[in-house]
Design a protein around this ligand. Structure first.
Ligand code: PBG
Ligand code: ZN
Length: 307
C-alpha cells in the first residue's frame, strides 16, 4: 500500500502499488485518457515465470481493482513472461535457448488469467512464433471469444528499451539478448511478414515498436494492411526528450507533441506513451499550443488516442 516509486531513468513515471494505481487511473480518465496498459513488477521470479499467471498475481489483482474503481477506463495487459522469469527472457529457457513451444503454453495461460481477472484487451509482447493463434484458441475455449488481442507484431530488437528494463521493471536479461525473436532493425520486409502472420492468426490490432525511428514501418503497415494500428513510444524515446529538455536543449512540450503528432500522421490509430498525461493536458488546453486550434480539431486527427 502507498508505494509510488519514481523510475530513475523515466522521471515522472512510477512503479505503483495497486491503491496508487487506482488513483492514477482516476486522474488519467479525468484527463480524457481512454486506456491504460499494465506491466507487473512481482516480488518473486522463478525459472518458469509462474507468478505471471497466478490468480492473485500483481497484474490480476490490479485489473480487478481498476475495473471496480474506474470501470470506464479500458484496461489492457501486457502479456509476457520476462518480468517473472529469473532469466529475464520472455518465455521458458531450455538448454540455453528460448523454447518457443513451451513458452506458447505459458503465454496462453497468462492471457487467460488476465481475462479471468476482467481485463478489456490483452497485448502479447513476446513475439513468439504462433503466439497469437495459441492465445486466441485458449481465450476462446475459456469463454473469451470477444476479448480483443493487440499484438506487438513488429517489435524490433532495440536499445531504446534499456530504461524500461534497467529501472522500469528490473527485468534485464541475465544472459544473451532477444534477437532470436525480436527483429533486426535493418529489416522492413520482415516486419510486414510478421504483421501479416499476426493478422492471419487473429490479431485485432497490430503494433509497431519502437515508434519514432520506425515511422516508415508504421506508414507502410497502415498502407498495406488497413488494420487498427498501434505504436509503442518506448522508454528510450521518452528518456531522450526528457533528458534533452532537462539540459535546456529542447522544448519539452513542443517536441513531445511534435513526436506524437508525427506518429499519428504516419498512420498510428493508438499511441502507447509515457507522455500520456502531459499530452492529454496540453491537448485539452489548446491555447497552450499554437497549432492545436486547427490541427487537433480536424476530422483527420479526431481519433487521436493518447495512452
Ligand atoms: C516486453 C516489453 C518490453 C517493453 C515493453 N514490454 C521489452 C521488450 O520488448 O524487449 C519495452 C517498453 C519500453 O521500452 O518502453 N514485455
Ligand atoms: Zn518480454
Amino acid at each position: 500500500m502507498g508505494i509510488k516509486r519514481e523510475i530513475e531513468s523515466l522521471p515522472g513515471n512510477y512503479q505503483m502499488s495497486i491503491d496508487c494505481l487506482v488513483e492514477e487511473a482516476v486522474e488519467a480518465r479525468a484527463l480524457g485518457i481512454p486506456a491504460v496498459l499494465l506491466f507487473g513488477v512481482p516480488n518473486e521470479k522463478d525459472e518458469f515465470g509462474s507468478g505471471s499467471h497466478a490468480h492473485d498475481g500483481i497484474v490480476q489483482e490490479a485489473v480487478r481493482a481498476l475495473k471496480q474503481a474506474v470501470p470506464s477506463i479500458l484496461v489492457i495487459t501486457d502479456v509476457c513472461a520476462c518480468e517473472y522469469t529469473e532469466s529475464g527472457h520472455c518465455g521458458i529457457i531450455q538448454d540455453g535457448y528460448l523454447d518457443n513451444d513451451l513458452s506458447l503454453d505459458l503465454i496462453a495461460k497468462i492471457a487467460v488469467s488476465h481475462a479471468q481477472a476482467g481485463c478489456d484487451m490483452v497485448a502479447p509482447a513476446a513475439m513468439l512464433d504462433g503466439q497469437i493463434q495459441a492465445m486466441r484458441k485458449a481465450l476462446d475455449s475459456h469463454g473469451f471469444q470477444n476479448l480483443p488481442i493487440m499484438a506487438y507484431s513488429a517489435k524490433f530488437a532495440s536499445k531504446l528499451y534499456d530504461p524500461f528494463f534497467k529501472h522500469g521493471t528490473q527485468s534485464a536479461v541475465s544472459f544473451g539478448d532477444k534477437r532470436t525473436h525480436q527483429m533486426d532493425f535493418f529489416n522492413s520486409d520482415e516486419a510486414m511478414r510478421e504483421i501479416a502472420l499476426d493478422i492471419e492468426e487473429g490479431a485485432d490490432i497490430v503494433m509497431v515498436k519502437p515508434a519514432l525511428f520506425y515511422l516508415d514501418i508504421v506508414y507502410r503497415a497502415k498502407q498495406e494492411f488497413r488494420m487498427p494500428l498501434a505504436v509503442y513510444d518506448v522508454s528510450g524515446e521518452y528518456a531522450m526528450i526528457d533528458a534533452a529538455a532537462r539540459m535546456g536543449r529542447l522544448d519539452r512540450d513542443a517536441v513531445m507533441l511534435e513526436a506524437l503528432s508525427c506518429m499519428k500522421r504516419a498512420g498510428a490509430d493508438i499511441i502507447v506513451t509515457y507522455f500520456a498525461k502531459r499530452a492529454a493536458e496540453l491537448l485539452r488546453s489548446k491555447e497552450q499550443y499554437g497549432q492545436a486550434e486547427t490541427d487537433y480539431d480536424s476530422q483527420e486527427t479526431e481519433g487521436m488516442k493518447i495512452r
